[in-house]
Design a protein around this ligand. Structure first.
Ligand SMILES: *Cc1c(COP(=O)(O)O)cnc(C)c1O
Length: 364
């Protein structure tokens, strides 16, 4: 066995090179005589770090000039409140596409703030789940924005086409898919992502917002959730999560060194294809998502004989394959294979799954 591989859905593994760099400069960052986490966020070295991280994220995602990049608090769920507070007027209405548990939770939270039209977009076709065609969704004519979740982390449902919602601003919860493949930022009004899946440690939330959507926040919006305040203050209206920001910056550097988003996308495609091929090629395992919506980041699967679940997890752990238990709401298994998961990790998992199936078949 090589190093253990951690398949946790979040907080997820970080690239080993990033962890080593952070460890090496933990006590004395860039000869400042202290750790980066012991420095003022308003000090010149930290401001330089913050600017560099933003510039590299802009480069990685090709974020146009007319979008602001905000480094905020409160995780994905913080944005479930921030989005309606900043974008939904008291008389207005928002459409929420529901494709799994996170988009459902976002819609529920938004209802606390106003008029929300919930649109279920997943259908079950011959035992397989898939997202219904865009033109069948009952979108409102007068929505102030449409919210959706391109990758449902728990359910393993990913939408690869950006929804066509006309001129209505599209708001996307990209917590578990940001930076995993190329996207056209200009198709979105707001993109947000909690950092702890594909960017860095928890405590940091990235928000990418088109300029014309600023300045609409309700008066009662808490300042730390207010996009306009964040933009006007360079995300330093209050003390930002500085250590998480620093680590995110190291991850951006690492991604650029890998060749950027299209290079990592190619690896992600290979990892996912191999894992789904293993599941489909075995009569031991099952995944019930239609091919067109199978997540490249979170691969849920079930053992056909669920009485073997505990044995599977225990033996996987022993083999150094960690955190494969499915989300408590759906059960089964889940392998999260974000950018930081090397191909060798997926190969090790596949080898284990095949061997486990072999062992337990002969036992019957
Ligand atoms: C993990 C996750 C969240 C919740 O993030 P928190 O930072 O725990 O609030 C929201 N949306 C998606 C898609 C997620 O994967």
């Amino acid at each position: 066995m090589s190093a253990p591989f951690n398949f946790c859905a979040g907080p997820a593994m970080l690239p080993v090179d990033v962890m080593k760099k952070a460890q090496a400069e933990f006590l004395n960052w860039q000869d400042n005589g202290c750790s980066v986490m012991e420095m003022s966020h308003r000090s010149q070295p930290f401001i330089a770090l913050a600017k560099k991280a933003e510039a590299e994220l802009r480069q990685l995602m090709t974020i146009p000039e007319n979008y602001k990049v905000l480094f905020m608090h409160g995780g994905g769920r913080g944005q479930f409140s921030a989005v309606p507070l900043n974008l939904l007027s008291l008389e207005g209405k928002a459409d929420y596409l529901v494709s799994g548990s996170w988009s459902k939770a976002a819609a529920k939270e938004a209802k606390n703030f106003g008029n929300v039209n919930v649109i279920d977009i997943v259908e079950n076709e011959g035992g397989e789940k898939r997202v219904m065609a865009n033109n069948t969704w009952a979108l409102s004519e007068d929505a102030e924005y449409v919210h959706y979740c391109p990758n449902e982390t728990v359910d393993g449902i990913e939408m690869f086409d950006v929804p066509n919602v006309g001129d209505v601003p599209l708001v996307a919860d990209m917590s578990s898919t940001i930076l995993s493949h190329k996207i056209d930022v200009t198709k979105f009004g707001v993109i947000y992502a909690g950092a702890q899946k594909n960017i860095g440690p928890s405590g940091l939330t990235i928000v990418i917002i088109r300029d014309d959507l600023l300045g609409k926040a309700r008066k009662e919006t808490p300042c730390i959730l207010n996009y306009t305040f964040a933009a006007e203050n360079g995300s330093m209206y209050n003390t930002p999560p500085t250590f998480a920001w620093y680590l995110a910056g190291l991850v951006f550097e690492w991604l650029l060194a890998q060749g950027g988003v299209s290079a990592i996308e190619a690896v992600n495609q290979v990892k996912a294809d191999k894992l789904y091929a293993c599941i489909d090629g075995s009569d031991f395992y099952l995944n019930d998502i239609n091919e067109i919506n199978r997540s490249r980041m979170n691969v849920p699967f079930w053992l056909k004989d669920e009485s073997l679940n505990d044995a599977f997890l225990a033996e996987a752990n022993q083999a150094g394959l960690l955190a494969l238990e499915g989300h408590r709401s759906v059960g089964g298994m889940r392998a999260s294979i974000y950018n930081a998961m090397p191909l060798e990790g997926v190969d090790a998992l596949i080898a284990f799954m095949n061997a486990f199936a072999e062992r337990h078949k002969t036992n019957n």
